[in-house]
Design a protein around this ligand. Structure first.
Ligand code: SAM
Ligand code: SF4
Length: 317
């Protein structure tokens, strides 16, 4: 599948739920989100049907996200169904990691290849404050279990928030000396609750290079992160720069929301309904979504917020 700018679309990110067991301050309102009725979110069979149609059009990589994907009932079965689709080369999950201690093994057995785990601080109290109801120990155990089950490469997503965790850049990067993980510092995006944060929260990812001048540049691996390594470390440090340097030119993805809308771009308001479509109609809707991907999402900054009409937990970051 190609978009209107000649980019190959081979990656579908699937949000399986808007719900989450955490309430990260930059992502969710304190009260969480209203639970939808069963009929309002895609059933597992519907997700599989849409994924199969996407794969028939050239999608090779699938990622499950949310909300917290591991709280969705039937997630392991869904993973097994998706991994079994001929043509799927990579099935990954983005998770807060809290349920990985008990689920990593069955996810691996179901065919999940790798996980990205969100971890913004290594301080227990700050972790609780930031996630409102999370527990650092669970997430760290989740990382260890993911490594044990070889859900590799394990990537750790750290949203850089000025005045909150920028004092921990060194400690978070040092995880790459301890484990063969990729710690990716991601610029905070002005979407959802984060759009109300003060200017000081929005730090360029280059702050990491200023704080850690010993980082050595690594060759790119085709992903969105610029890569570095601390001398002698088994793992790598990545910088993801949605604000200071957009990576839209290499975008290869479409997104599917839990309620059955295709989003051509994370930050645009455009959505294409696919629920209830089958066969050629479904394929045409996927092609339409690819065709209307914008060249880029325009400027994003503290004062120019995302044009998406949904919060991150409703899109699947
Ligand atoms: N619950 C899972 C998790 O936390 O990994 C998956 C969903 S979460 C929405 C996906 C990713 O989006 C997380 O790494 C999270 O930190 C990131 N995220 C959420 N809001 C963000 C924002 N305003 N700016 C940058 N990243 C954000
Ligand atoms: Fe939940 Fe992930 Fe959003 Fe945190 S970032 S509230 S873990 S969906």
């Amino acid at each position: 599948m190609q978009d209107g700018f000649g980019r190959t679309i081979d990656y579908l990110r699937i949000s399986v739920t808007d719900l989450c067991n955490y309430r990260c301050r930059y992502c969710m309102p304190p009260e969480g989100v209203a639970k939808r009725g069963h009929g309002d979110i895609l059933r597992l069979e519907e997700i599989e049907e849409i994924a199969r149609a996407a794969v028939s059009l050239g999608v090779r990589k699938l990622r499950l996200t949310g909300g917290e994907p591991l709280v969705r009932r039937g997630i392991v079965e869904l993973c097994a169904r998706l991994a079994a689709i001929p043509g799927v080369e990579d099935l990954a999950i983005t998770t807060n990691g809290s349920l990985l201690p008990q689920m990593a093994g069955e996810l691996k057995a179901a065919g999940v290849r790798r996980v990205n785990i969100s971890l913004d601080t290594l301080r227990e109290k700050k972790f609780q404050q930031l996630t409102r109801q999370g527990n650092l120990t669970d997430t760290l155990r989740g990382v260890e279990e993911a490594l044990r089950q070889d859900l590799a490469p394990v990537k750790i997503n750290t949203v850089l928030i000025g005045g909150c965790n920028d004092d921990e850049i060194g400690n978070l990067a040092a995880l790459t000396c301890l484990w063969p993980v990729e710690v990716r510092f991601i610029e905070l995006m002005p979407i959802g609750p984060a759009a109300q944060f003060g200017t000081e929260a929005f730090l360029p990812a280059d702050t990491v290079l200023q704080r850690l001048p010993q980082l050595q540049e690594e060759p790119p691996d085709g992903g969105v992160a610029r890569l570095y390594r601390l001398p002698g470390a088994p793992g790598r440090v990545g910088l993801i720069t949605p604000l200071s340097c957009r990576f839209c030119a290499g975008c290869s993805r479409l997104r599917l929301t839990a309620d059955g809308k295709l989003k051509p771009c994370l930050h645009s308001a455009e959505e294409i309904e696919v629920r209830g479509l089958h066969g050629e109609d479904l394929r045409q809707a996927l092609l339409r979504a690819a065709a209307c991907k914008p060249a880029d999402y325009g400027a994003l900054s503290r004062t120019e917020r995302s044009r998406a009409h949904r919060d991150m937990n409703q899109i699947g970051g």
